[in-house]
Design a protein around this ligand. Sequence first.
Ligand SMILES: [Fe+2]
Ligand SMILES: [Fe+2]
Length: 338
Amino acid sequence: MYSHILVPTDGTALSVHTVTKAVEFARTVGARITFFYADPDASASLTDDAALLKLIAPDTYRDDYSGRAREILSKAAVSAGAAGIECETVSRTSTRPHAAILAATDELGCDLIFMSSHGPRSFGGVMLGSETLKVLVGAKVPVLVSSVEKNDPAPAMNMVTSIMKDEHRSIAVVAYGLRTFARGLQENRPVDFDLLKSMLGYLRAFPSKLHHPKEEAYLFKKVQERTAELDPLITELQRQHREGDAALHALVEAIETLGTATPDERIAFVTRLESFAGEQLKHIGMEENRIMPAASRCLLPEDWATIARAFGENGDLRFAEETRESFRRLFSRIANLQ
Ligand SMILES: [Fe+2]
Ligand SMILES: [Fe+2]
């Protein structure tokens, strides 16, 4: 039916949800995916703060703007990879995203565009919301509008699950990166130790300071208030959080002496690195395949609203926008170094 699907994404919670839906759809029809990001080139506008930032602080500009494509697309690619779907990622700089989407569809020979919409009354300035209608009008191939944000019957639940999944994708991108490092060390290839340290540092900071506490304080807690059936699974996930943190701490210490390590110690480090990365991916799989579907069945709209408030602005201070933003920048730096 369809063999090559173009999936535009802009990194918003809605497009994270769309990426998940697109991957499910591609699996059903046996198609491959090209994830597409239209980079708005923020610095092109002389009235924009970005132009000034590019001049006075190029590193910050790179983290905030120009690294965005790689950051967003690497997470989408992980979603497809986890489902065994063949995918590519493409970005184009354009101030007219709908034209870039249509041009890429032609150029790459895609036979379906799969996207979402913020709805006809959206003036949020978010790329895909304002562009969907223009794509629908101009497309020469079918366009599947997977969801319209304004019609979402469970916005709080979808917001929370999109945030959780997006954070899982960041962790997974880094975990796959660790596996690449492990292979490099095993084959005695030159390895960028500073990047390896940044990746371990990111995992040490982000999951333990933001992601795990959020899961335990809100998602797991609310599920346990509604049912005792999932207690053994939640206990296991909490154990994995603690053991993962301990394993990571040991890896961060071990890397300091890796330069003078014996061949056996090096092999032991590689084994631990691989096993740690594998455990992270397994943990994410358990949460997405077991706890999240269970939560969507047993939690009530008011539970999701409480969780969504805690994750949003003015919610629980530990998960404030500023904290999220500093982790996003760190992830962007890592995604763009790989
Ligand atoms: Fe977790
Ligand atoms: Fe998680």
